[in-house]
Design a protein around this ligand. Structure first.
Ligand code: ZN
Length: 326
């Protein structure tokens, strides 16, 4: 048995997994309010104490995906005062502990995802042994790579969400011109993320929002998407159109930079909510418009990850060491 975790700024999932099979099987998964606990050690202690299955089992190993940079054996969370120290968890509980960046953890789930856990945007043809790339817009934007190294997939984190946003059209150039005085350098996450959608919303609304979206609402990004999909406000429709095209173009940039002939996966919380917009055409057109390499990117499979617990599953896969290439 092993413990896997997906540690986010507001919510943390901890799961007990049986790793006898190629794909680790969850025995019990619990959700915790991250800030309800002082640190990860206290949270694990509660999980083990309160859950009979976890309590009765010898834990062999553990792996945690963390929404924040991991340096050596510790990680700090962006925006919250939570420090995660693998050495301390190991010294208290006695099992080996691995920390991964959250996108790195999610990448490890990709080789074990079942067909009903993904939505195919472009069928393509996966090259055997090809690299795989993962892009995931949620609150922020994360990107990770999955390299096939001697038959084993090894994930690699990036900070590509903070690379420069590449405007391709007159409209996107106008967006960059509008944002630069406000924010300085416009990074990709400034446009392609939940927070980015709010920024794009202010750009596309020269008149009051007809859907009445309050940008201070914690769910504002989802409200804009819904208003756009239900065609309730021209400014929201415009915002989602711009967002979807930019998302497709950046997924294509990632595909080129990583040589992702094994496929590109779109994870994160936003994609499943705007699946209708992602399948409508502009996302894949922007992805494939990579002259002179259109034929290369058109061959790459592109899939949306529908499993909301892919990050947790990937942490379990990594802990189990079952990451053989297929
Ligand atoms: Zn609107």
């Amino acid at each position: 048995m092993l413990i896997a975790g997906d540690i986010g700024g507001t919510k943390t999932l901890l799961g007990l997994f049986d790793h006898a099979a190629a794909r680790p099987q969850p025995i019990v998964v619990r959700s915790f309010g991250t800030l309800d606990y002082d640190d990860l050690t206290t949270m694990i202690a509660t999980f083990l104490k309160e859950d009979a299955a976890a309590n009765a089992t010898a834990i062999e190993t553990a792996c945690f995906g963390v929404a924040g940079p991991v340096i050596g054996e510790s990680a700090t969370m962006t925006n919250i005062p939570w420090r995660i120290d693998a050495a301390r968890v190991r010294s208290v509980f006695g099992f080996p502990v691995k920390l991964l960046n959250d996108l790195e953890a999610m990448a490890y789930s990709i080789p074990v995802l079942q067909p009903d856990e993904v939505h195919v945007l472009q069928k393509g043809e996966a090259a055997a042994g090809g690299n795989i790339a993962l892009i995931a817009a949620g609150t922020g934007l994360g990107e990770a790579l999955l390299h096939n190294v001697d038959g084993r997939y090894i994930a690699s984190p990036t900070e590509a969400g903070h690379a420069d946003f590449g405007a391709r059209t007159e409209r996107e150039l106008q967006l960059v011109r509008a944002l630069t005085p406000r924010f300085g350098r416009v990074d990709v996450e400034r446009v392609i993320s939940g927070r980015g959608l709010l920024v794009v919303h202010t750009f596309t609304h020269t008149r009051p929002c007809e859907a009445g979206v309050d940008l201070d609402d914690p769910d504002a990004a989802a409200l804009i998407s819904r208003a756009a999909l239900e065609r309730r406000c021209p400014g929201c429709i415009d915002a989602l159109d711009l967002f979807v095209e930019a998302y497709g173009a950046e997924a294509g940039n990632l595909a080129l930079r990583s040589g992702a002939t094994g496929g590109v996966f779109v994870g994160g919380g936003i994609a499943p909510k705007i699946l209708a917009a992602l399948t409508a055409g502009p996302f894949m057109r922007a992805f494939n418009a990579k002259e002179p390499l259109e034929r290369m990117v058109e061959r790459m499979p592109v899939k949306v990850i529908l499993n909301a617990r892919a990050g947790l599953l990937g942490a379990a896969v990594s802990a189990a060491g079952t990451r053989s290439a297929t």
